[in-house]
Design a protein around this ligand. Sequence first.
Ligand SMILES: NC(=O)c1ccc[n+]([C@@H]2O[C@H](COP(=O)([O-])OP(=O)(O)OC[C@H]3O[C@@H](n4cnc5c(N)ncnc54)[C@H](OP(=O)(O)O)[C@@H]3O)[C@@H](O)[C@H]2O)c1
Length: 333
Amino acid sequence: MKAEKFTLVRHFDGFPKSTDFKLESEELPGLKPNELLCQAEFLSVDPYMRPYTRRMNPPITMIGSQVAKVVDSKNAKFPTGSYVVGSFGWRTLTVTKIGDVATPGDAELLPDLGGLAPSYALGACGMPGITAYFGFLELCQPKPKETVVVTGAAGAVGSLVGQIAKIKGCRVIGFAGTDAKCSWLKTLGFDVAINYKTCADIDAALKAAAPDGVDCYFDNVGGMLSHRVRQQMNLFGRISACGAISSYNDKTGQESQVPVPEGPIVFKQLKIEGFIVSRWWNRRAEAVQQMAAWIRDGKIKVQETVTDGFQKMPQAFMGMLKGQNTGKAIIKV
Ligand SMILES: NC(=O)c1ccc[n+]([C@@H]2O[C@H](COP(=O)([O-])OP(=O)(O)OC[C@H]3O[C@@H](n4cnc5c(N)ncnc54)[C@H](OP(=O)(O)O)[C@@H]3O)[C@@H](O)[C@H]2O)c1
């Protein structure tokens, strides 16, 4: 039995290139007791893959999660035909032993999503959804009528954060990179959506959108856009520092520098807190079940940008980093 897999052959330097990856074939061993053979059906490409691989030593199998079907099993708890979510990397077939892995979410049974698409376990009902739910609600502590700003608003995490904020009764302003994304955000209920790439005056646009200032900022991007948002925070504003995608593709040694807004931090008494979603991994079922219920009730809308074909994983990954996805970027094998 042969698996196809993508090997990352060198560290990324600057924006990823297709030559950073190599498609390889791997002969799989037979199953030992308790092991499963899992066949990927949906794979995820996520921004963290760019900075996280920095800490690894290529050549490595490219990292990532997938929804896979158990096609052979020597483990009675995971019979042939069941589905798992596993951090198996960019691979079509994987031999694994459920529960023998150390980091959160490495491999577990697909949660019961009450009829929602299994691929949602990689998005709204998976890691990005858990990130949006806890990263926003726990750190921003939004109150009804408060003004919330979300950057990366049309992506997997941001689109959910904005909709959760609307459920909580907030006024929501989103920043995204195309007019089409901004139009989509309005259909999700965002009060204002601003194209940060074409807006000539971000300060004036934000002032017009949030005349009473910003109470909560869910920061997916970092960089100068976040610097501008932080200038308009209100007294006791809360900033959830979720991601910094604007700098992920900087060339090594040429990382961008952004001013620290010391005035607003001190005089507005801001709270800025970074997080990694694994902080709440032991509570993930709460987020997954709530997200699934909101989706089934029509309170949260989900969009996926689906790329067909395992061999297109690098293109899907690079496309996501360039902003070609609306909602969650998914690969269907
Ligand atoms: N802390 C955690 O535990 C955690 C967990 C999950 C995700 N995250 C972070 O959350 C952020 C969003 O992740 P996601 O999975 O939802 O990805 P995503 O938003 O679905 O996809 C990435 C998006 O980033 C935007 N982007 C790319 N370059 C940018 C730039 N220079 N400035 C501003 N926006 C840029 C693009 O949209 P545009 O067209 O709008 O530019 C692109 O579609 C990332 O920073 C990620 O690292 C953190």
